[in-house]
Write a protein of this length. Structure first.
Lengths: 97, 457
């Protein structure tokens, strides 16, 4: 197993634990925006799509790479925008008594 | 290369700070922005890293981002707040699909020849990414009403999916050990079907749990794709989301007092889902005037919103009614069940859209102690989450699920279109209880009628 792969495993495990700790403190009322925001972060796969499409060779690979970039960009742009739209409504409001 | 990795690490830190910000109502929006900045950083770093390479096929990146950005932006800006859960499901699906596609570009580039550990991550990217893709779109179709919300009874029950999963495992092992591209393509085919059948077998009421789990999957798929192409940004971001989605999934299952395995494999809603026979049990059917009168003479009112409110777009009508009551000096609060609507927090988003102050939204633990001293509980389009059977009837399929104990309030007003059962497909004794008034109407028109009647008093 290569050194880089082992490093990847280390990063994966530590990041998963960080995610676990950060998320477990979120109040239930914000779960929908949180899920939406986390979903946008999973669009990080856009980085992979860019790298994959940079060096493609052949028609099949070109089509797959183009679809990968489109799909990942939908996830990123749509995900962050829709989360922002949701959270816009959570602006602190003064209590009306 | 070193600088690239460090900048990816910075992007990862921004993701973590963003997720933490999303955890508080005052910092949430900034948190989302911070996470988005992390994403922008990761993309820019990636682009600058390849900018000096001679053979980069730039048009794919530019065209892909323009098309994807236009589609994603249009969907996000146009969606109704009520349709939010299925849109998140769809975005999930695209993310998972992208990760699987990245693995396939790697297969095409190498003819399927990888070191064993990399080959395993290729197979995992494909299997998890494709299940996320097809499963998410079935979840979308269920919530959008394109296919039935009822769980589909598969031949052989849960074994059907178990056999598919076993076939997928076999294909994965073959592809990895033989370095055989065909094995990966067949794996994608089988997992595509598995995603469809697995989600079809789950009832519409459980879609929040499914979407949350698929959210976790899309993260894991991204992390696996990160191993395939040796990219730390994907591994960090993917692992974070994988953990986030998993926690949400477990919390949601717990809110229904069921294990995750039970949600995924029990075909909840198939049992006892026959037609409800109201028989000759008397129902106290009330008019908007009756409801207005009992509200007008209350001191405390608790609103319990459910999916019917979302469907009818009645969040503003609820707010208007609350305003009218508050003008009369009546104290109005809102009791939010963890699984009300189609997603945890779904009701909070809708009510926030209608300018209901965040502080007035009470969760299960804070609202239940208040309910016995509440004069009138107004249940708007909710059913299973206020069903006393979950507490009293050990034979009920939802027995053990925490409920809002609306039956303990002095008066319960249930605003609902009919006596038809909710997603769980079971009858609700609350409707036949002495202190219950049934107002049969669409949530929005019903509320507007009550507001009008209140104005006449």
């Amino acid at each position: 197993m290569s050194e880089a792969f082992v490093q990847g495993i280390v990063v994966f495990v530590l990041a998963a634990f960080v995610g676990f700790e950060v998320i477990s403190k979120v109040p239930q009322t914000l779960h929908t925006p949180l899920m939406s925001g986390a979903n946008a972060i999973s669009g990080i796969t856009i980085v992979g799509a860019i790298i994959a499409s940079a060096f493609v060779d052949g028609t099949a690979a070109t089509i797959l790479a183009l679809l990968a970039v489109i799909f990942a960009t939908i996830n990123v742009v749509g995900g962050f925008l829709v989360t922002d739209r949701m959270l816009e409504m959570f602006k602190p409001k003064k209590k009306q008594e | 290369m070193t600088l690239t990795t460090l900048l990816y690490l910075l992007a990862g830190v921004l993701f973590i700070l963003g997720l933490r910000g999303l955890g508080g109502p005052r910092t949430a929006r900034r948190g989302n922005l911070i996470a988005a900045l992390g994403m922008l950083l990761a993309v820019l770093v990636t682009v600058f890293n390849i900018i000096d390479e001679p053979d980069v096929v730039w048009w794919i990146i530019v065209v892909g981002m323009i098309i994807g950005g236009a589609i994603g932006g249009a969907l996000a800006l146009r969606v109704q707040m009520t349709a939010m859960p299925q849109l998140v499901a769809a975005f999930n699906g695209f993310g998972g699909g992208a990760s699987a596609l990245i693995a396939f570009t790697a297969i095409l580039a190498t003819d399927g020849v990888f070191a064993t550990e990399t080959a395993i991550t290729v197979a995992l990217s494909i299997a998890i990414g494709v299940v996320t893709f097809s499963g998410s779109f079935v979840a979308y179709a269920k919530l959008q009403g394109l296919v039935t919300g009822r769980p589909l009874a598969l031949p052989g029950g849960p074994w059907f999916n178990a056999v598919l999963a076993a076939i997928a495992l076999g294909l994965g092992i073959w592809a990895v050990s033989a370095g055989e591209p065909l094995g990966y393509w067949l794996l994608a085919g089988v997992t595509f079907i598995l995603g469809i059948t697995a989600v079809m077998a789950i009832g519409g009421a459980d879609m929040p749990v499914v979407i949350s789990l698929l959210n976790s999957f899309s993260g894991v798929a991204a992390a696996m794709a990160g191993f395939v192409i040796g990219n730390q940004a994907l591994i960090i971001g993917g692992a974070l989301v994988g953990a986030a989605g998993l926690i949400l999934t477990i919390q949601m299952s717990e809110a229904m007092n069921r294990s995750l395995a039970n949600v995924l494999f029990a075909g909840f809603g198939t049992e006892g889902a026959g037609p409800i026979d109201a028989g000759d049990r008397p129902v106290n059917s009330a008019s908007p005037d009756d409801v207005a009168i009992s509200l007008a003479y209350a001191e405390t009112v608790m609103v319990v919103p459910g999916y019917g409110l979302a469907v009818a777009q009645a969040q503003h009508a609820v707010r208007d009614l609350a305003n009218a009551l508050e003008e009369r000096g009546i104290n109005v609060e809102y009791a939010i069940h963890p699984v009300a609507g189609r997603m945890p927090g779904h009701m909070n988003v809708l009510l926030a859209e209608a300018d209901v102050p965040y502080e007035l939204l009470l969760d299960l633990d804070h609202s239940n102690p208040k309910l016995p001293n509440t004069d009138v509980v107004l249940v708007v389009g909710a059913n299973d989450v206020v069903n006393p059977s979950a507490r009293d009837d050990s034979g009920s399929p939802i027995y053990g699920m925490p409920i809002l104990e609306v039956d303990k309030a002095r008066t319960a007003v249930v605003l609902k279109r009919s006596l038809s059962p909710g997603f769980a497909g079971i009858d609700n004794p609350l409707f036949y209880q002495d202190g219950t008034m049934m107002l049969f109407a669409d949530a929005k028109t019903g509320l507007e009628d009550v507001i009008a009647a209140l104005g006449q008093l």
